[in-house]
Ligand binder design. Structure first.
Ligand SMILES: [Zn+2]
Length: 196
């Protein structure tokens, strides 16, 4: 199969099915953490004998929104933010250990400098990122649906977040608390992005 961007392709034969065509989002945006190998991985991290071609495949409109938001955040003067991305999806989507989601090219793992502090300043900066992603998504005809953050109930992040807005709505409608600790060292963004 080819790996260029475009509409969904169809695999012929007995197992015929539509396959969502994803694009490689690694271009043009900073990465954090290590890249996965080009092989699919088992839960224990060992390589399976078929290729996933890395960890940064997403739907084309998600890629466009991510790049636009990243570029917008980089030029916001003293409030500029370098947005970093890590796992998105494998080349054809599907199960992606150790994630429970990231299967459709619409979920992104993101990080910004100082995120782990999860304090009031980080709340303002995550809202700034969310606003940029929401605006860029709208411009692409898709929707930012939620961002997951493992913040403490009653903590500085929660207190600050309660007073912030995204597009005139409470920021808590988009930035949701993950009661696990999975998202205490990076955050996770989800888009509703129909096929191209
Ligand atoms: Zn994630």
């Amino acid at each position: 199969m080819t790996v260029s961007s475009g509409a969904a392709i169809v695999v012929a034969g007995d197992n015929a099915k539509a396959v969502t065509k994803l694009t490689d989002i690694r271009q043009g945006i900073a990465r954090y953490s290590l890249r996965d190998t080009l092989q699919c991985l088992r839960e224990n991290g060992s390589a399976l004998p078929w290729p996933c071609r890395g960890d940064a495949w997403g739907r084309p409109k998600v890629q466009a929104a991510l790049l636009a938001a990243s570029n917008a955040l980089a030029v916001q003067g003293p409030n500029a933010i370098t947005l970093q991305v890590n796992d998105i999806s494998n080349i054809n989507g599907g199960r992606f250990p150790t994630h429970t989601s990231h299967m459709r090219g619409t979920h992104l793992d993101l990080d910004i400098s100082g995120y782990d502090n999860l304090d009031a300043a980080v709340a303002r900066r995550v809202v700034q990122v969310a606003q940029a992603l929401a605006t860029a998504a709208t411009n692409e005809g898709i929707t930012l649906t939620r961002i997951l953050v493992s913040y403490q109930t009653g903590g500085a992040f929660a207190e600050e977040l309660a007073g912030l807005q995204i597009n005139g709505q409470p920021a808590t409608l988009i930035i949701r608390q993950d009661i696990s600790t999975v998202h205490d060292d990076h955050f996770h963004a989800e888009f509703n992005a129909p096929l191209p």
